[in-house]
Design a protein around this ligand. Structure first.
Ligand code: F6P
Length: 401
């Protein structure tokens, strides 16, 4: 695979490929799940039927003439309308699919379904689960441990939370980050020491931006990590970026931030989790924690196309932590890179330091050592896409300045 800008943009038109499977199988299944989760009316069913037919056998249609964002998507989709969904960039097709699914559901139209999250019931079930109770209770054990254990454990929890698998427990594999020395480590790149070095306790007033990914069992450890950074004096301010509308099934919106903060604050029995929830509540009140929902987070483009206002925001950060697989694809570009392609070079356009925390759930990967790639390939496993492996990589502009 080429390492240069010539690396092919990922399309979905190769049967059997990961991207093809998402469009051909995952999206139709998702349409059915939404139908089953809600008492949809005839107009919604008809719109969902039409979307299913269009995405599997038809060509890409523009938004309806009266859609509030028709112009924006007309510009974003130039050259794609009228083509098969499988023949346009995978990143674009997935993003537009979620916009269209919300449209078919009635999310944007004035009426009773306006603002109803089609993925809300999945998110709520996850947040209510007893597993979350157990994981929150595990925070009590962690509270008594030294700071040099707490920080790395909470970072690992935020990392593995991307697999929707909280890792607060000290006895879980997720509590450790490998040094990268073990051949069979599930952590394929670990720049966590560099990340911590950017945020010394009691150091100069650091501002951390965290670009969230999934709600529920990922957002909770993200919020706990944010609390740790503020409480341990590693950050003076944190800006949390979420999606302006439901996206990629479980991506966090402001409503999900509120639900997760309540879940923490109302944890029973009221131990460490509740304390963290109350502290975050306070941090929101005094402005040390702010939430933003820029429209670009639902745009179908890599981050090198970010608008000037977002660029300016990230330029002011000590470090921007970017969570999850989709954000990684957008950060380095959704291309079939050679895995040894330099992560630093791929992120040199970023307006400040950036740290990616991600479990691997798509074909995109950069910044690996050749030895690591050889070991991973020799396993014969789907290490790029199965979510069993993870990475922490630090790059961005200042690194190369
Ligand atoms: O929630 P995450 O970590 O961004 O993962 C989303 C990933 O799921 C998929 O939508 C389908 O697997 C990928 O295309 C995408 O990168």
């Amino acid at each position: 695979m080429p390492a240069s800008e010539d690396a092919p943009v990922i399309l979905s038109n190769e049967p059997g490929s990961f991207a093809w499977g998402v469009l051909a199988k995952r999206h139709p299944a998702l349409i059915e799940q939404v139908r089953e989760a809600f008492p949809c009316g005839p107009a919604q069913h008809a719109a969902l039927d039409a979307l299913l037919e269009e995405t599997t056998h038809g060509v890409i249609q523009p938004l309806a003439a009266d859609a509030h964002d028709r112009e924006r998507w007309a510009a974003w989709g130039q050259g794609h309308f009228g083509r098969s969904w499988f023949d346009v960039p995978f990143l674009w097709a997935e993003s537009y699919f979620y916009r269209r699914l919300l449209g078919a559901f009635g999310y944007f139209e004035p009426g009773p379904w306006q603002g109803v999250d089609p993925f809300g019931s999945f998110k709520a079930a996850e947040l209510r689960s007893a597993t979350v109770d157990d994981e929150l209770a595990a925070l009590d054990d962690l509270a008594g441990r030294p700071a040099d254990v707490q920080g790395p454990t909470l970072l690992a929890a935020a990392l593995w939370g991307n697999r929707a698998d909280l890792g607060f427990r000290l006895d879980s594999g997720g509590a450790q980050l490998s040094t990268g020395a073990e051949a069979d480590s599930p952590v394929v790149a670990d720049d966590s020491a560099e990340l911590w070095s950017l945020l010394p306790p009691g150091g100069a007033a650091a501002t951390v931006h965290l670009v969230a990914d999934n709600a529920g069992r990922e957002l909770i450890p993200d919020l706990v990590l944010i609390d740790h950074l503020l409480h341990a004096g590693r950050a003076a301010d944190v800006v949390l970026h979420v999606k302006p509308y439901p996206y990629y099934v479980s991506d966090a919106t402001m409503a999900d931030v509120i639900d997760s903060m309540r879940r923490l604050a109302q944890a029973r029995p009221p131990g460490r989790a509740a304390q963290i929830g109350r502290r975050l509540w306070g941090a929101m009140a005094d402005g040390r924690l702010a939430v933003r929902a820029h429209e670009f987070f639902c745009a179908p483009f890599p981050y090198d196309a970010m608008p000037a206002d977002l660029r300016e925001e990230f330029a002011g950060a000590t470090v921007t932590v970017v969570k999850g697989d989709l954000n990684y694809r957008r950060l380095v570009g959704d291309r079939l890179w050679d895995p040894t392609t330099s992560f630093n070079e791929r992120t040199a356009y970023f307006p400040g330091r950036v740290a990616a925390l991600r479990t691997l759930k798509s074909d995109v990967i950069t910044g690996l050592e050749q030895d690591t790639v050889d070991v991973l390939e020799a396993t014969g496993q789907a290490w790029r896409t199965s979510g069993t492996h993870a990475l922490i990589q630090v790059g961005g502009r200042a690194k190369n300045a």
